[in-house]
Design a binder for this molecule. Structure first.
Ligand code: C5P
Length: 293
């Protein structure tokens, strides 16, 4: 039996670090939403008990450094599954980019194995398993648009943003989330997200309110360490994108744009400057996948 499942990327509309916790993690408050840039995970059952990984990307590891591999290990161990699985990852989401690509692959693997091995777990149970793999995995299990608190695992669904284009630009290097959190200093933060304002803008479907509310305190680390990330942000702003922000710990910068011709203008402004540029639709829980050609 085979199962094929989509693993969409997320962007942060807000990201606030409240404080450092005793367990070494940071207490977060963020708003995340899914976008139509997705990996595809194909799962094929194997009679022999092992986990095999195959990927279209040279950037992903094929062993237990890969979160999808760890998701399969977790399910096999927790539910005493003797069968094996071949996991094929068709990779479209850039790696180490701030877009939760690895976490989304893990979430899709949990969901797919739940089907393949008929475990009967609901989304909350899958999200609880997911937090053992990484802080963003529970959100990726649920998808849509949500406030994420705690390490990222306490989720409150929100209405999706109105339909718009998301232009993403990823500089050639990746960043380590652990290093960015390690270098974070509250006193360097210039602007903090206003959660209530973002909630109100989403509830009202107020595109410009959402753009004005975009805010990520981790920019205070990554924009300083990587001048190219700051330059991409400035370029997008200069070419008229109403809302521009770095996603997660970076280094991907995105802009939200309502009109297709404005989206094309932002994409064109980045040509020759940044090789990895994507223009996709926001998903956020609603809407059909759609792509800017
Ligand atoms: O949970 P995950 O393994 O994805 O997190 C990667 C790293 O990011 C953690 O080891 C930690 O250094 C940092 N992190 C954090 N606080 C969070 C989430 C992640 O400090 N809430």
């Amino acid at each position: 039996m085979d199962v094929s499942i989509k693993a969409p990327a997320k962007i942060n509309l807000t990201l606030d670090v409240l404080h450092k916790r005793d367990d070494g993690y940071h207490e977060l408050e963020m708003v995340m939403t899914t976008i139509d840039l997705a990996d595809r995970i194909d799962l094929t059952e194997k009679a022999a008990g092992g986990i095999q990984l195959e990927s279209s990307s040279g950037f992903v590891p094929f062993d237990d450094r890969n979160l999808a591999y760890r998701a399969a290990q977790l399910i096999k161990g927790r539910f005493n599954i003797n069968k094996g699985v071949h996991i094929k990852i068709d990779k479209k989401i850039p790696v180490a980019a701030g877009l939760a690509g690895g976490s989304s692959d893990a979430a899709a693997t949990l969901k797919g194995l739940n089907q393949l091995w008929q475990l009967g777990l609901n989304l909350e149970e899958l999200a609880e398993l997911g937090v053992e793999l990484g802080s963003d995995v529970p959100f990726c299990v649920l998808g849509g648009t949500a406030i994420a608190q705690g390490r990222g695992e306490r989720l409150t669904p929100l209405p999706p943003p109105p339909p718009c284009w998301v232009i993403l630009a990823k500089p050639p290097h990746g960043v380590s989330t652990a290093e960015v959190f390690g270098a974070f200093r509250q006193e360097k933060v210039e602007k903090r997200p206003q959660l209530e304002q973002m909630e109100a803008a989403l509830a009202a479907g107020d595109f410009h309110g959402i753009c004005q509310g975009l805010s990520n305190v981790l920019e205070s680390v990554t924009l300083d360490q990587y001048p190219k990330v700051r330059l991409i942000k400035e370029k997008m702003q200069r070419f008229g994108a109403p809302g521009v922000l770095m996603s997660g710990s970076g280094p991907t910068v995105f802009s939200l744009v309502e009109q297709e011709n404005a989206a094309r203008r932002v994409v064109n402004s980045l040509r020759g400057f940044c090789r990895q540029v994507y223009a996709v639709r926001i998903l956020g829980g609603l809407g059909e996948p759609n792509r800017l050609e």
